[in-house]
Design a protein around this ligand. Sequence first.
Ligand code: UDX
Length: 439
Amino acid sequence: MRVSVIGCGYLGAVHAACMAENGHEVVGVDVDPARIERLAAGRAPFVEPGLPELLATHVGSGRLRFTTRMEDAADAEVHFLGVGTPQRADGAAADLSYLEAAVRSLIDAVAERPGTRPLVVGKSTVPVGTARQVGERLRARGMTLLWNPEFLREGRAVQDTLAPDRLVYGVLEPGQQDEAVAILDAVYARQLADGTPRIVTGAETSELVKVAANSFLATKISFINAMAELCDRTGADVTVLADAIGIDERIGRKFLHAGIGFGGGCLPKDIRAFMARAGELGASDSLSFLREIDLINARARQHAADRVSRALEGVLTGRTIAVLGAAFKPLSDDIRDSPALAVANKLALRGATVRVTDPAAMDHVRREFPVLRAVDDVEEAVRGADLVFLGTEWPQFVQLDPVATRELVAQPIVVDGRNALDPRTWRDAGWEYIGTGRP
Ligand code: UDX
C-alpha cells in the first residue's frame, strides 16, 4: 500500500521505517529540513536500537522516502498523523498546534487531487475529544479518520511497533466504518497475522486508552517511590518490598523500580495534559490523584539531591560530583525532562562542580546545560570526584568495576539514584553506598 507518515519525530520516524518493513511504499513528511535530510540519507536523527538498520535497508531500496513537501505524499492511500503534542509553554495542557498545522496542510494537499479519498489515521497522543473534531473536518473533505494510539517505548520503539502488545482502532461511528477498519487491517497485516490483539472501539475510548495507560504507569512508579520514602524513614528496603509485592501477579514487578522517578517526552506531559483536559470536562476530581503522582515524582528528584548533600555533610561548594547518565532512561539520547539532569542541576545550583557523562546524550547536554561540565567518559567524570551519582542505569555504568573506580575518586561515596548497583560489591570494595529507600 502507499502510506504516508506525517511528523518524523520519535514516533513518526520509527513508524515510517516499520511500515516500510511491513512491505508498504512509505513517504515520511516533516517540516524540519535538517531532520528530513538526515532521514533521506538513511541516518537516524536520534538514538533508537534497530532504527539505523531499517532506515538503511528501506531508504536504500527506495521503498522509504522522506520529504518536507506534503504534496509529495498526497497520493497515499493511508496517512498517519504522528506529530508531537508537547506540553504548552503557558500551562499544563497539550499543545495541538503541530497537529492543527499537519491536518490543514494534509487537507490542502488532498484538495489538489480530486477523486482521492484517503484514510487518515491519528497516532499522536491527544486530549480526549480531539479525534472527533479532526474527524469531522476531514469528513467534510471526503476523508475518513481512525484513531490508532501508539504505545511505543523509547529504546524499544522498533520492537514495540513491529510486535506491539495490542492495536487499538478508535472509530467515530462504531459499526459504520468497516471499510476503514479493513484498510488499517491491511496496513497491519503482518502484526495481525502474528496474533496481535486488536481492539476496535469508539474514538474517545481509544484516546483515553493511551493516556490511561501512561497514567497507570506513572502511578506505579510514584507509588513505589512513595514506599521508598517510607522505607527511608524506617530502615526497610524498597527493592525487597517491590519483589515481595510484585510476586502477586495482580500487582506485577514491572515499573516498580524506585529511584529518581519518571521523565522523558511522554509520562510527565501526558499526565499533566490529562489533568488539564479533565478540568475542561468538569471532572478535575477524577484525576486529582495524578497531581499527587506528579508531586511524588518531583520529590524523588529533590530527595536524591538531598541525599547527595547529606553524604557531603551539607557543603556542596567546592565539591566535585560525577553524575553518570543524562538521558531520561538507558538506550536513548532523549534528555527531555530527564530526572538525572534535574538532580545534576540542583547540585550545580547548590554550588557543586558537576561533571556529567552519558554514552549517547552528550551533544544535547553540551547544547542545553552549559552550567554542567559535560565530559566524554566515566574515567574523566569520576577522576578526583568527591561523590559519584548514578542517574541513568546504562549497562556500562551498572557494570562498572567498583575496585578500579575507587582508585580514581577522591572519596569513595556512591549515591545510586536508580537502585541499579549491587550494594554489597560496592561496599566490599570500600565504598559508602547510598541507595534509594534501602538501608
Ligand atoms: C512511555 C510508555 O511506557 C509508553 O508505553 C508510551 O507510549 C510512551 O511513554 P517512555 O517515555 O519511552 O514510554 O519511557 P518508559 O520506559 O515508560 O519510562 C519512563 C520513565 O520512567 C523513565 O524515566 C524511567 O527511567 C522511569 N521508570 C520506569 C522508573 O523510574 N521506574 C520504573 O519502574 C520504570
